[in-house]
Design a protein around this ligand. Structure first.
Ligand SMILES: NC(=O)c1ccc[n+]([C@@H]2O[C@H](COP(=O)([O-])OP(=O)(O)OC[C@H]3O[C@@H](n4cnc5c(N)ncnc54)[C@H](OP(=O)(O)O)[C@@H]3O)[C@@H](O)[C@H]2O)c1
Length: 255
């Protein structure tokens, strides 16, 4: 059989089976960053740009966003509490990274409104828009209702857990990253530890720069990171060199 006929046969088989000749989905190229003006969101934008993704930022204040993020990206304004502001922001995007978080413990932007309802609104809009992957920055400790942070900050971890659940229920392929305490230190300086099951790990911290790297790695390897939830913190040791292998080794969430 000539090479051309063999290629045709592979193509026909792929069409009949409803699958492609390779296991990898079409590349994710355009990414919406929600919470792009936040401390982590800014680093996510920068990392995506460094890796060659096209970035659109979803922000509440366009002027602040231009000042913080520069001119090399598209900016759309809205509020995660307002579902009507989400479809236009997601149109034409392949994927979304959310690094939003409530700015205050009480009032209209309390955790219930941002970390639960806001994330739920994003997940539902992402499902409608047909986004191929949603990376959510959550937090270590979300399954520990007696965690002191809940008393200190409007039940933030409890609401974040509800936000995670809304994303899992949306049907959009996702990765949920639960970092330890965030610090503004240089990335790439130690070993990033990835665990599952939300163990109590004492004082666990991770630089925002490293968190941004892992958010983007999840989009680089969407099959390896698909429908997985994991905690992330930094320890001593060599930096991770193969994120695809680390993500692939994790267990997916129960269906
Ligand atoms: N701090 C920690 O130690 C820690 C630990 C574990 C997990 N986390 C989580 O990690 C994530 C990132 O934390 P961070 O400290 O880097 O974030 P951050 O600087 O507090 O930024 C939060 C972002 O959320 C945006 N936002 C808040 N309410 C919004 C709304 N209603 N609509 C649209 N955007 C909204 C903010 O926009 P504006 O700029 O307009 O305010 C800002 O861009 C958060 O989910 C946080 O809870 C934090």
């Amino acid at each position: 059989m000539s090479i051309d006929r063999r290629a045709l046969l592979v193509l026909l088989l792929a069409l009949v089976c409803g699958c492609s000749a390779t296991a990898r989905p079409p590349a994710i190229g355009k990414v919406l960053v929600v919470g792009a003006t936040g401390q982590t969101g800014r680093l996510v934008v920068r990392e995506l740009q460094r890796q060659g993704f096209t970035v659109r930022a979803f922000v509440r204040d366009a002027e602040k966003a231009r000042r913080l993020l520069g001119d090399e990206l598209e900016i759309v304004t809205g509020d995660v509490k307002d579902p009507a502001s989400l479809p236009a922001a997601m149109a034409g995007m392949d994927a979304l990274i959310s690094a939003i978080g409530a700015r205050s413990a009480t009032g209209p932007d309390r955790p219930e409104k941002v970390d639960f309802e806001g994330v739920r609104n994003l997940a539902q809009a992402a499902a409608k828009a047909g986004l191929r992957h949603f990376v959510l920055v959550s937090s270590m400790g979300v399954t520990h209702e007696d965690h002191p942070l809940n008393k200190m900050f409007g039940d933030v971890l409890i609401w974040k857990a509800r936000g995670e659940q809304a994303l899992r229920a949306s049907g959009v392929p996702y990765t949920i990253i639960r970092p330890g305490g965030l610090v503004n230190e240089a990335g790439g300086q130690g070993r990033l530890v990835v665990v599952q099951g939300d163990p109590q790990v004492g004082r666990a911290t991770v630089p925002r720069a490293d968190l941004a790297t892992v958010c983007v790695a999840a989009l680089f390897y969407p099959e390896a990171s698909r429908n997985k939830t994991f905690e992330l913190y930094r320890s001593d040791g060599e930096p991770v060199s193969d994120w695809q292998a680390v993500l692939a080794a994790l267990a997916p969430d129960p269906a």
